[in-house]
Design a protein. Sequence first.
Length: 507
Amino acid sequence: MMFSEVVATAEKVAATSSRLAKIDALAALLREARPEEILPLTGLLLASPRQGRLGVGWRGLTSLEVSHATTSELTLADIDGSLDELAAVSGSGSAAARSSTLGRLAARATADEWDFLVRALLGELRTGALSGVLLDAIAKAADRPSASVRRAAMLSGDLGETALLALTGTAEDLDEVGLRVGRPVQPMLASTAASPTAALEMTGEASVEYKLDGARIQVHRHGDEVGVYTRSLADVTRRVPEIVDIVRALPATDLILDGETLSLDEDGGPRPFQETMSRFGADVAREVALRPWFFDLLHVDGRDLIDEPLSVRLGELERVAGEWRMPGIVTRDADAAEQLSREGLAAGHEGVLVKAIDSPYTAGRRGKSWIKVKPVLTYDLVVLAAEWGSGRRRGWLSNLHLGARDPDGEFGEPGGFVMVGKTFKGLTDELLRWQTETFPEHEERRTASAVFLRPELVVEIAIDGVQRSPRYPGGIALRFARVKGYRPDKTLADADTIQSLRALLRT
């Protein structure tokens, strides 16, 4: 398969908002793929190459000075082979070796092919070809029921392997995919609601549990062998020995547990999210210990529980992991749910999860059976720059650089603005068009990738909080920022300060 076919299909998918059109385009591409091309193809389409971590970042990919090819000659196998080379590089001289490999690849690629590959390697394709769309495309290309493909993907935890099985195997092969202790599965996901009361209206009787500001973990145990996996199914077993010891001591032989972990301070309160995540960034244990809270049980001693109602799974979870269970209550009472939410927030947690008591575990899906409720914070910030979009946003000013006011110059010039994050979330086509037309009127300078503005435009941004970050001078970054709307009624003096945002950090 020519790599240009992959790029052209990705551009076609990005250019349409029709889910059916996206599925048709991807299915046509998948049908053309040879068996050995299916894994690398799905990895690139999901901006998650099959090789995993390649040791390359934005600077290394964008700083190359090469002349691109004028005609397409690269195959998908060429790309996959170069990525294999990058993945194999290690030790002394690795940076130079990676740069050399990237340089040769960039020179053979056309400008459009290189642009696609850079975005795929950085996880920034934004074509709308998310896993759900690709799953339906796999089902269509293989002429298999969508439900069978989705279940196989959920239980195998590997969309590429599912595509290979669906496209080259039999219907029976696909249906035989099941839970296997030691093979992580895609986690069940939650929708959102504005309040516990609103969530209960959707779920009926529910388990209302604390929503921690921690890291999702899935833990597998077979005898004395324990594996711990992150939300993205990365294996972090060696980095969390305390969790391994806890699960190894539970009264069962085979287990698959779903939960969260975070670190606690000396008073028993949650430490900042980054301190928890830092434990996943090294191969050795750190000073800060992690504590797990389990909220679901998918398998116990030869018995799969994912199709059982939550009430049954919670009963087994209490039996197996009682003292390590997530705090919560089972109720229909909105007042009781609201009270638990207030208690969780007062303890420093994010909010609550409301889970229908009769719901099965639908791995990898975001339905209405699990509902998360977190307070939404809004701040008035200033637009400092906007990056040119890619994919279907090509030609529009999209990703915003956001700044908070620094009245006393604590982090820069007095009365200036300190960058606190970026976002492209919440931008409608109408807003993108307005930004592209309006921002040049406020332009201070520009580069090939962005337009930098005089600090004159105030925008209302919703966030879930902030986290410590060395990237920005103020030492913080916004979490899950999204645009609510521009505020022409507000002046720069009305913008929120860096100090007010820093106050959200837990001390």
